[in-house]
Design a protein around this ligand. Structure first.
Ligand code: EPU
Length: 421
């Protein structure tokens, strides 16, 4: 298992290109199962999760070819196998987004039920409720979700849950509804830009979707979808991580391939704590010349502050000049980074879904362990500014969602190395 060795203390300076969005690319790749004919997707990040999705699509009869430049060509050649096995799903929860396309195109699907994960319990009841509303029969058998439908029929579906909208649940129902008979209306749909990007791809394939990116999505079913070309949107979470990297090191970083319109809550929060964020062509310049101010932050569904940047923001606030309060409203248990940040000298007290972060003058390098993707990113950020050396074990978590993060950070002047064991 690889480790990162980070020596803190360098101000990051230079330019970084943000990759295509993992959380748009994964459902978009899955949506290709709906097409008759090949699709070409550009801007697909080279990540462990994307390789997992490609392998899963291979299991399901698609050929997936990657060029060296972020392009992926997908063609479904055999529709005989509709079982997403547990061994794939347990490695990547986003495997659940083949459920809607398989059901719509092949009228049957067997997808292993994803378990919980490090960030907490992750049910799929809303996915199931939405697909049932379209006429699917769904049962659980041997740990698998077994779905079938003689035909799918448009319906009005409320998809809100106790923690708000569901991103992949909205994606699954939207994908299934593209080939249903008649009109589907999803109320309380997830508004994330990744959902709007998925809809843009589906529309390029011949689907008739309007309202994606708002809480009310309307889908008029069509008879068939063809392959299409599409470019994935920039990864707003990777962009936010590099913005925080610039801020935490008092550096100055220019980000290209960054859509600030997708990051209003993040930019607003960073400016509030004293980070300078300037739009710059198709990107942004981010710098911080002084000590960070404390703040209160609550994660919320888009357009609120994203849960996927909560850990990284916490790393930054560990060094703020006062007390901050971070409340997690999407995944109330997503705080595994707290114990590791404490090992680096942070002062954090957790109370249920809230963490009270008292800024300290310095973090101190230590051996720490990555526990999930975004928690790992937070530890790398903390390591960049900590005194001395930080070793971060189990970086396979970070490889799931950040493309060559150590190379990108090193190009900005960070002292970071991968150690393969
Ligand atoms: N929920 C339910 N029932 C469901 C589905 C979700 O109660 O059927 C709850 C969840 O437990 C959670 C909330 O609804 O409390 C939101 O979960 P959501 O379904 O939106 O999460 P997801 O679609 O499984 C995606 C991202 C996550 C990101 C969340 C929230 C992908 C592949 N994953 O997950 O990304 O944290 O939305 O924005 O798009 C990451 O990239 O590190 C990551 C975890």
């Amino acid at each position: 298992m690889d480790k990162f060795l980070v020596t803190g203390g360098t101000r990051l300076k230079g330019q970084v290109t943000v990759s295509g969005a993992k959380n748009a690319a994964l459902p978009i790749l899955a949506a290709s199962l709906l097409a008759d004919g090949p699709s070409t997707i550009s801007g697909v990040p080279d990540l462990a999760d994307v390789r997992n999705m490609s392998d899963l699509l291979g299991d399901l009869g698609a050929t997936v070819q990657r060029d060296g430049d972020g392009g992926v060509r997908i063609n479904v050649e055999d529709e005989g196998q509709s079982h997403a096995i547990y061994d794939r799903v347990r490695k990547m929860r986003a495997s659940i987004c083949v459920l809607g396309p398989l059901l719509a195109k092949r009228r049957k699907a067997r997808v292993a039920m994803p378990g919980g994960c490090a960030i907490g319990s992750r049910p799929v009841n809303l996915h199931v409720r939405g697909l049932r509303a379209l006429g699917a029969e769904i049962e659980l058998d041997g740990g698998d979700i077994v779905a079938s439908a003689r035909k799918l029929t448009g319906a009005s579906i409320f998809l809100g849950g106790p923690f708000g909208a569901t991103v992949l649940g909205t994606g699954n129902v939207m994908m299934a509804a593209t080939l249903a008979q008649g009109q589907t209306v999803i109320e309380s749909a997830a508004c994330e830009p990744e959902i709007a990007d998925l809809a843009a791809y589906l529309n390029a394939m011949g689907a008739r979707i309007s309202g994606a990116g708002t809480p009310r999505v309307v889908i008029d079913g069509v008879k068939e979808l063809t392959g299409a070309e599409h470019t994935v949107i920039p990864d707003r979470i990777e962009a936010g991580t590099f913005m925080i990297a610039a801020a935490i090191t008092n550096g100055e970083v220019r980000l290209s391939n960054t859509n600030l319109d997708h990051m209003l809550a993040v930019v607003d929060k960073l400016r509030e704590v004293g980070v300078d964020v300037e739009a710059d062509g198709g990107g942004a310049v981010v710098s911080a010349a002084r000590r960070i101010e404390p703040t209160d932050a609550t994660t919320q569904p888009y357009p609120g502050f994203p849960t996927d940047l909560q850990a990284q923001l916490m790393a930054l606030l560990c060094l703020a000049d006062g007390n901050s309060v971070i409340t997690e409203k999407i995944f109330p248990d997503r705080f595994l980074h707290v114990a590791e940040l404490l090992r680096m000298g942070a002062n954090i007290r957790k109370e249920g879904p809230t963490a009270i972060v008292t800024g300290v003058r310095h973090l101190i390098g230590a051996p720490v362990m990555a526990s999930d993707l975004r928690a790992s990113a937070a530890l790398v950020l903390a390591g960049l500014v900590a005194r001395g050396e930080t070793t971060i074990a189990r970086v396979y978590h970070i490889d799931r969602g950040y493309e060559r993060i150590e190379e990108k950070l090193a190009a900005l002047g960070a002292e970071i190395r991968r150690i393969s064991e």
